[in-house]
Design a protein around this ligand. Structure first.
Ligand SMILES: NC(=O)C1=CN([C@@H]2O[C@H](COP(=O)(O)OP(=O)(O)OC[C@H]3O[C@@H](n4cnc5c(N)ncnc54)[C@H](O)[C@@H]3O)[C@@H](O)[C@H]2O)[C@@H](O)CC1
Ligand SMILES: [K+]
Length: 504
C-alpha cells in the first residue's frame, strides 16, 4: 500500500472528483458514511457523541457524521470551533444540511470560549483539523487541543483522518496534538502514524476506504509504502519439486561468544527453520559442544585462537551468504576478524548487533560492507552508526540517505520497522507485537534473513519477506501463548505456520 503526502492526497481527491466523477460533497458524504458505520459498529445507538468540528473539510466531515449518526438514533452534537472567518464550501453545505434536519444538534463556539467538560460516557469525535493543517496549532485552537488532551483519561476519543494538530508528513514533536484512542483515516496511512514518537497519539489506526480513484493511486510515485501480505505473496517462491540441499545455498552464521551462545543457537535454529539448504556456524571454542547438541543439522567451525568468534578458520568465499553479529561481542580480535571478512567477502551479507557496533566504532568500515547487504539495527545501534537525529522524520531521511548512498538495505527496528533500500524506497512493516520486545528476537531475525538470502531471494525481497514473516510468526505465537509468555524460540516455532499462510 502506498503512503502519500497531504499534498498528494489533495490531488487524489481532486483526481477522483474529476475522473470518477463524483462531487466533492458526495465524496465527503462517503467519508462521513464510512466513519459513521465504524462508530455504529463499535458503540450502542443511545450513545451521546460530541463532535468538535473545525472550519475546513475535516470539520465538514464532522458535521456530516453528526447528521448521519442522528439518522441512526445517536444523540450526536456538533460543536463548531470558529478558528477562521471562512468555512470551506463543503463545510458550509454540511452545516446547512444539519441545520435543516437537526437544528438542535448544532452549537457554535466563538474563538474566545473554552469547551465545557462533557458528561461522563460521552464519546468525543475530533474533526477539527485534518490534512489541511498548514502550521503547528497555536493560540486559541492550541488551547482547545490541550483541553481535549485532558479529556483522554475519562472519555473515548476518535480522531477523524488524523488527530488534530498532527502533521501528516513531518514531525509534530513538542506541538499540540489531540490524543486519540482511535483514528479513522481515509484510504491511506499517513507517514506520521508510523513514527515511534507519535506512539499513543493516534491510538489504533483504522484505514477506511472511500473509493479514491485507482488510476491516481497506481500512477503516482512515492517512496513510502506499507509492506503487506499481498506484496509478500508476490515475493514468496514455493520450493521446486526437484530441489536438493544445494538448491537453497550454504550459509555461514558467525555468532556467539562466552555467555552469549544462546544468540548463536537462536539465529542458527531460525536460519534452518526459514529454509536454508546447508548451515555452518562459526563459533568460539566454548560453543562447539553447545551448537553440536542444540542444533544438530548445523555444521560447526571452531575458532581456535580466541574464545569468541574472531579469526576465520574457513574460506568465506565458499558460502552463498554470511550472517554475522548475534552475541559476538566487540573484543579487538573480533573487530579485526570482521574487518578482514569485509575485505574478503564481496557478496551481500547480513550484519546485526555487535557487528554493527564494531562498524559504528571503526571509522570507514561501513564503506567496506558489500553492496546489497542487510543491516538490522535497533534505534540505539542506529544512533551509534548514523548519529543522533532531532525527530523521527529526520531519522527516516538519514536512514534512506545511507541506504541509497552506500547501496545497502538498512532497517530500523520498531513497532512499524522501517526498511530503506538503495532504490530510495522505504517500506514499513505492520506484523509483530510487543511480546516480541524481548532479548533474542533480533537474533531470530538475523537467522531468517541469512536463510532467505541463501535461498536466492534478492536483498530487497529477503528483507521485506524476512521482516514480515518474523512478525507474523510472533503474532501467531502471541495469539496462542500471550504476548507476555512469548519467547524468541516461539517465534521460531511459528515460522512454519507463517510459511503455510503464504503458500495458501
Ligand atoms: N477533499 C476531499 O474531497 C475530502 C476531504 N476530506 C477531509 O478533508 C480534510 C482536509 O480538509 P481541508 O483541506 O479543508 O483542511 P482541514 O479541514 O484539515 O483544515 C483546514 C482549515 O484549517 C485552517 N488551519 C490550517 N492550519 C491551522 C492551524 N494550525 N491552526 C488553525 N487553523 C488552521 C485552514 O485555514 C482551514 O480553515 C481531510 O483531512 C479529510 O478529513 C474528506 O472529506 C474526504 C474527501
Ligand atoms: K481531526
Amino acid at each position: 500500500m502506498k503512503i502519500f503526502t497531504a499534498q498528494q492526497i489533495r490531488e487524489a481527491d481532486a483526481y477522483t472528483i474529476q475522473h470518477l466523477p463524483i462531487s466533492s460533497l458526495d465524496l465527503m458524504e462517503r467519508a462521513a458514511g464510512a466513519c459513521t458505520s465504524w462508530i455504529c459498529k463499535h458503540f450502542m445507538p443511545n450513545t451521546s457523541v460530541y463532535i468538535y468540528c473545525g472550519m475546513g473539510n475535516n470539520g465538514g466531515d464532522g458535521l456530516a457524521i453528526t447528521r448521519l449518526l442522528r439518522n441512526r438514533g445517536y444523540n450526536a452534537h456538533a460543536y463548531v470551533l470558529h478558528h477562521s472567518e471562512k468555512a470551506s464550501a463543503d463545510h458550509a453545505a454540511n452545516r446547512e444540511a444539519l441545520l435543516q434536519k437537526y437544528p438542535e444538534a448544532l452549537h457554535d463556539l466563538p474563538n474566545t470560549t473554552s469547551i465545557q467538560e462533557p458528561p461522563a460516557n460521552v464519546l468525543i469525535v475530533d474533526a477539527i483539523l485534518g490534512t489541511g493543517l498548514s502550521r503547528p496549532a497555536d493560540g486559541w485552537i492550541a488551547g482547545i487541543i490541550h483541553q481535549l488532551q485532558a479529556l483522554y483519561a475519562a472519555h473515548t476519543i476518535i480522531a477523524i483522518d488524523l488527530p488534530s494538530g498532527m502533521q501528516a508528513d513531518s514531525s509534530s514533536l513538542n506541538t499540540p496534538v489531540v490524543k486519540a484512542h482511535h483514528t479513522l483515516s481515509f484510504e491511506f496511512y499517513k507517514l506520521a502514524f508510523l513514527f515511534p514518537e507519535n506512539a499513543g497519539i493516534s491510538g489504533e489506526v483504522h484505514i477506511l476506504p472511500i473509493g479514491l480513484h485507482p488510476d491516481y493511486i497506481e500512477q503516482t510515485p512515492t517512496p513510502f509504502h506499507i509492506s503487506e501480505e499481498s506484496l509478500i505473496r508476490t515475493i514468496y517462491k514455493p520450493r521446486s519439486p526437484f530441489a536438493h540441499k544445494g538448491t537453497y545455498g550454504h550459509a555461514l552464521l558467525v555468532a556467539g561468544s562466552e555467555g552469549k551462545m544462546g544468540a548463536a543457537i537462536l539465529s542458527a535454529k531460525s536460519c534452518l527453520r526459514a529454509g536454508v539448504g546447508l548451515l555452518s556456524c562459526h563459533v568460539p571454542k566454548c560453543g562447539y559442544t553447545i551448537i553440536q547438541i542444540a542444533v544438530p543439522p548445523a555444521m560447526c567451525i571452531v575458532d581456535e585462537q580466541y574464545d569468541h568468534s574472531s579469526g576465520f578458520q574457513t574460506d568465506p568465499s565458499k558460502y552463498k551468504v554470511i550472517g554475522i553479529g548475534p552475541g559476538i561481542g566487540t573484543a579487538a580480535g573480533t573487530a579485526w576478524a570482521l574487518e578482514r571478512l569485509l575485505e574478503q567477502y564481496r557478496q551481500p551479507m547480513v550484519l546485526d548487533a555487535d557487528a554493527l557496533n564494531i562498524i559504528a566504532a571503526t571509522p570507514g568500515l561501513i564503506d567496506k560492507v558489500p553492496k546489497g547487504s542487510l543491516l538490522t539495527p535497533h534505534p540505539k545501534e542506529f544512533e551509534r552508526l548514523f548519529g543522533k537525529t532531532a525527530n523521527n522524520r529526520e531519522q527516516l531521511q538519514v536512514l534512506s540517505h545511507n541506504a541509497v548512498e552506500k547501496g545497502l538495505c538498512i532497517l530500523l527496528k520498531g513497532r512499524y520497522t522501517a526498511m530503506a533500500f538503495p532504490d530510495g524506497s522505504i517500506y514499513f512493516n505492520t506484523t509483530g507485537n510487543p511480546g516480541m520486545a524481548t532479548g533474542g528476537s533480533g537474533d531470530v531475525l538475523t537467522g531468517i534473513l541469512t536463510s532467505l538470502l541463501s535461498q536466492g531471494y534478492n536483498s530487497k525481497d529477503a528483507m521485506l519477506m524476512g521482516v514480515y514473516i518474523h512478525g507474523l510468526a510472533g503474532d501467531y505465537a502471541a495469539e496462542t501463548l500471550s504476548q507476555e509468555a512469548l519467547t524468541p524460540e516461539d517465534i521460531i516455532d511459528y515460522l512454519g505456520k507463517s510459511f503455510l499462510r503464504l503458500r495458501a
